[in-house]
Design a protein around this ligand. Structure first.
Ligand code: HEM
Length: 146
């Protein structure tokens, strides 16, 4: 038997508030990490700052953790399962490509892998940002109801 409406809202509220706050905290983080990753990547592309590759990889790992956390929170919040699933999958795809890319298509065709790596990275940032926005919208909507 489901609890009365008021009680359900009281039970759900702290969880919703946590999810909304989590999404609100990750949103600017995703932007900062994304901008740093792209800037570092473009520097590497032009043969600069190669000593910062470990930092780039560490930030990539952080981004993966954010993607997976948002996927879990998004699933609990009832966000579109396709969006949640693709975001979780991207958390695997992005680091796998990032770690393997040095060995992929060596030679003249390597720029194809580099562009692919950039596009997969940008898509990961976009997925994370839009999922965080969706979680916040859900939290705000339910917050209004009570
Ligand atoms: C877990 C995630 C990631 C890992 C492990 C990773 C790893 C790497 C590594 C090792 C390089 C140096 C490749 C080389 O010079 O041989 C690189 C370069 C680069 N990364 Fe990432 N990266 C990740 C995510 C991202 C993201 C999210 C973006 C941007 C949105 C990005 C953009 C770039 C760009 C533009 C380059 C330079 C071009 C290239 O070498 O492909 N990376 N990355």
């Amino acid at each position: 038997m489901s609890p009365p409406e008021g009680r359900r809202a009281a039970v759900a509220s702290p969880t919703l508030a946590f999810m909304t706050r989590f999404a609100a905290i990750t949103q600017p983080l995703i932007g900062i990490i994304g901008l740093t990753m792209v800037t570092l990547g473009l520097l590497f592309w032009t043969g600069n700052a190669l000593t910062l590759i470990p930092l780039h990889m560490l930030l990539g790992l952080l981004l993966v953790l954010i993607l997976w956390s948002l996927a879990v929170v998004g699933a609990v919040a009832g966000v579109n399962p396709v969006h949640v699933g693709v975001t979780a999958l991207w958390g695997f795809l992005m680091p796998v490509l990032g770690l393997a890319q040095g060995a992929l298509l060596p030679g003249d065709a390597h720029p194809v892998i580099q562009v692919l790596h950039l596009l997969v990275g940008l898509a990961g940032i976009a997925l994370a940002g839009s999922l965080a926005a969706r979680i916040r919208r859900r939290g705000d909507r339910h917050g209004e109801i009570g």
